[in-house]
Design a protein around this ligand. Sequence first.
Ligand SMILES: [Zn+2]
Length: 335
Amino acid sequence: MTENGREVKQMLLAGDIGGTKTLLGLFDPLPVRPRAIRVASFVTVDHADLTDMVAAFLADGDCPASGIQTACFGVAGPVIGDSAELTNVPWRVDARRVASRFGFNRVSLLNDLQAMAWAVPVLQESEVHPLQHGEPMRGGNIALIAAGTGLGEALLHSVDGRFIPSPSEGGHADFAARTEREIALVRDLTARYGRADVEHVVSGLGLKNVHRVAHTTPCAAGIDLSHADAPAHITAAALTKQCAGCIETVDLFVEAYGAEAGNLALRTVATGGVFVGGGIAPKILPALETGSFMRAFRAKPPLDALLAAMPVNVILNADAGLLGAAVFAASHTSA
Ligand SMILES: [Zn+2]
């Protein structure tokens, strides 16, 4: 394509829109794995809406919108038709407004975990960390679980040699307690929220909930649960052994995370592998490697042998959601 007599390079625009932070990226639409040309991070609520943010991004990089025909955004909130609202932030994402403002042919919105799922098949070995090698089965499904601010789950359904990512609201399914200390946690969560869902335990919010129950004496690390970074403070205090209550918190969290990853693996028959994404796992790798995560994952007789054969990997690439949105956009670009 040319504009004013000069060749305009074809690119695609991808985004990972979160309640706190949004990543936007321009990609070279290579088949299989698009290559990032420029990525920028924005504080989501600093902009009135997505069109405003995209305009700022394109202006800053002196990038003509005419070089972009396709865009895809992963959104941390339910996507209904061509629009989505972010959970907990008064921000609306409207695909048609973005398309008409910039003249893009196609703008797609995906649930954020669905977007991350599109990245999973193209991840390289250096971008994952194995917790269990297992033996991937050809034609098997892949499951994705990701604890960050909340808990997301997705299925990559294996159909005729391709993976078709499918969203899920599994993070809001009921939390299944397996031990006395988890039963005590369910009692506390039920009194607090009326019910205990998995996200109440396996997420940043979950770390705060578990911290509250695990401390019968004041926290030796002095963690303030009202602080925005409290979950990161809790995991840091546990890993540096500053406080017995924080160690207990992360211990319970890791077991519950492994158990839920195993539940998801059973529900999806994830013989192709299980991927653990999200912001928390890479920060607590030593705690995930003590064995309690994988023991809880496998402890589901009579299907423990099936679970023991599934490869389980932590995703280390912090931009996997953005990459997945680009993979989706590239695979849906009309030639
Ligand atoms: Zn503590």
